[in-house]
Each structure stands twice: as C-alpha cells, then as structure tokens.
Write a protein that binds this ligand. Structure first.
Ligand SMILES: CC(C)(COP(=O)(O)OP(=O)(O)OC[C@H]1O[C@@H](n2cnc3c(N)ncnc32)[C@H](O)[C@@H]1OP(=O)(O)O)[C@@H](O)C(=O)NCCC(=O)NCCS
Length: 168
C-alpha cells in the first residue's frame, strides 16, 4: 500500500533526487545540467514544488512568473519577469516508481493555486514527450507563439496555455 504524499516547497537539498527523477524521465538530449536546475530553484523557490512519500522525493514541478507567449529555452535559467502575467511551468516529472498515483495532479493543482495567489492571469508551458493530451486534462490548449525558444526543444514540442482564474 503506497504511503501518503506530501506536496511541499522544493529545497536545495532535493537536488540529487531531482536529477535522479529527471534522468529516469527524459532522454539524454533533454537532461538539464545540475547547475541550471540549482539556479532555477534559487531564482524561483516560491513556485518550485516537490512531491514526496516515505521513500523520499518522487516528483517535482519547476515554475516561475513569466509573460504570456514567452518560452524558456531548454537548458537555460529562469528570467523572472518584473511585469509577469503568466505562471510558466517549465518541468514536471514523476518517478516511474510513483506513476498513476495522482502526484502530477496534486503538484499541478497546488502550483496553479500558488499562481492565482500571485495574481497571475495565465499559465503556460511547452508540452514534450507526447504530453498534450495529459495537459488538455488540466485545461491547457495549444497556442501559437513566435518565441524562438520553442526550437530548442525536440520536434513535436507544443506551446500550451490556459486561463488561471478558473479551476481546472
Ligand atoms: C506525465 C506525468 C507527469 C504524469 O504523472 P502521474 O503522476 O502518473 O499523473 P497523475 O497520476 O497525477 O495523473 C493525472 C491525470 O493525467 C492523466 N494522465 C497521466 N498520464 C497521462 C498521459 N501520458 N497521457 C494522458 N493522460 C495522462 C491521468 O489519467 C490523470 O487523469 P485524472 O486525474 O483525470 O484521472 C509522468 O508520466 C511523467 O513524469 N512523464 C515524464 C516527464 C514528462 O514527460 N513530463 C511532461 C513534460 S511537459
């Protein structure tokens, strides 16, 4: 029987676990460097979350305040927008050992509530690894962007957005 899940702020001490989950979830070409992951957490700790159970961290979600239409290049640090209107979800991953237990839903719903609390009007992301249907389930829909950052992702990457005011 799986132990209960906790959703909490991501901490610098979680870095090794984050890298382990990342390695299990993405191909080599999409692995992002430890220093970049660390810098993102330092820049946006208020909007980066961990999911953990009795065996430790088994999922994470990195996000930060941005602008609608803007994409974070793969492998680059977060540049928080002073005039942010959008919660940008950069990376959501769940350890294969914990799939299908509602971790991703718990992380995303917790984060979207944080975004509402920050007064942001939209949420956005780049869907990879055939995840558009997954994101549709959270109210996200594909939207055009002319941000060249989208080209730093593998083919099939899709920019998606939703309004934040309404719950998914
Ligand atoms: C996608 C991912 C985050 C799902 O994690 P999870 O904890 O198993 O998801 P949950 O159990 O919280 O499921 C949430 C909902 O999404 C649905 N879902 C899960 N995986 C799905 C998929 N691959 N396609 C479509 N829907 C999916 C579930 O049925 C569930 O629906 P419900 O809440 O309406 O019943 C996980 O498979 C993962 O980490 N993948 C690798 C990294 C990745 O590609 N991340 C997305 C990059 S944009």
């Amino acid at each position: 029987m799986p132990t209960p899940l906790t959703i909490r702020p991501l901490l610098p001490t979680d870095l090794a676990a984050v890298l382990r989950v990342q390695a299990a979830c993405y191909p080599p070409a999409m692995q992002e460097a430890a220093a970049v992951v660390n810098a993102r957490l330092a820049a946006a700790a208020a909007t980066c979350l961990a999911a953990s159970d009795a065996d430790g961290v088994c999922g994470y979600l990195f996000a930060y305040p941005s602008r609608l239409g803007r994409v974070t290049d793969l492998g680059s640090t977060f540049e928080l927008a002073p005039d942010a209107d959008t919660l940008y979800l950069h990376d959501l991953a769940v350890d294969p050992r914990a799939l299908g237990r509602g971790l991703a839903r718990a992380l995303v719903e917790h984060l979207l509530d944080l975004g509402r609390g920050l007064g942001l009007t939209h949420a956005a992301l780049v869907s990879v690894q055939d995840s558009t249907r997954f994101w549709n389930g959270f109210g996200f829909a594909a939207r055009a962007t002319n941000d060249a950052g989208l080209l730093t992702y593998p083919p099939g990457a899709t920019y998606m957005t939703r309004m934040l005011a309404l719950k998914s």
